[in-house]
Design a protein around this ligand. Sequence first.
Ligand SMILES: [Zn+2]
Length: 325
Amino acid sequence: MSSLKSCKKVELHLHLEGAASPQLVRDICKSNFTQIPEIFDKAGNYKWQNFDQFLSIYEIVTNLFLEEKNFEALIRHVLDKQVKENVLYSEIFLGPHLWSDTPSNRWERFLEIASKAAGEYKNKYGIHTYFIIVCIRHLGPEKALEASIFASKAKSYNVVGFGMAGDEKKFNNLDFMESFNFARNSGLGITTHAGEICGAKSVDEAIQLGVTRIGHGVRASESEETITKLTKKNILLEICPGSNIAMGLYSSLEDHPINFLLNKNLPISISTDDPPFFSTTLSKEYEGLHNAFGWGIEIFSEINKRSLEFAFCDAKLKEKLIQQL
Ligand SMILES: [Zn+2]
């Protein structure tokens, strides 16, 4: 369906470095005269087999973009892709601890570069891009608080939220309560990854953090009780079907619980997470969902409107953009 490619989209769950295509990585290595790391298969795609390998390649990729000019090339690369996918509004995860272990001038400088590029693309293409600062879960609660404090001071750089990414198996969501409270009290939206690698219990913990959205959260489908809690609290699940399948959570879209969760009337959004790592794009996700469940343009439009209702930008902008969907 060509209308799926051309329909306007909202994306709430996208990691900046995770959106770097293998070609961009190779180009950056060439222009920096650095050796191309051994992270690709014979076809030139990222080569990983499990979550731990994925995380270590992610780190290698991130380290290639630590110079300002490379970081700028990355953000422009990602925004170019968003334009191609007809994204109207997106929120992109930025993890400053991936840029330096402790808060440094680079954190603010990179945000300045990112928000300036977002402003340019808004003027040129009418796409609206905002940022969510994420702490890296496996680095622990103290680092998380550093990221949360930084996020609270970065609103002038299009930062609208605070979240948590990283290894779901390390620590407990509730260990990060202080960081999430701090971010929420400073007026930021909050979201966390849960219910992806770990089961429904991790979603229950995320709910206790007071989030209004959960990254993935699909394993809530394993517990009626958890689904009821999500419904009562009106929490949106940022679902990334291609990512879940590539990670081996489900063998195919037909086995994925997205349709089940939608039928439970839970608010959901559709995103790509780290698209080149999972050989996906937003259009591919839409196409797949259309083929697997017969979803048409009306359903996608409803999902996108609902996603905007849960976006972390201000209410006025949401209202304006909902009219455009
Ligand atoms: Zn993610």
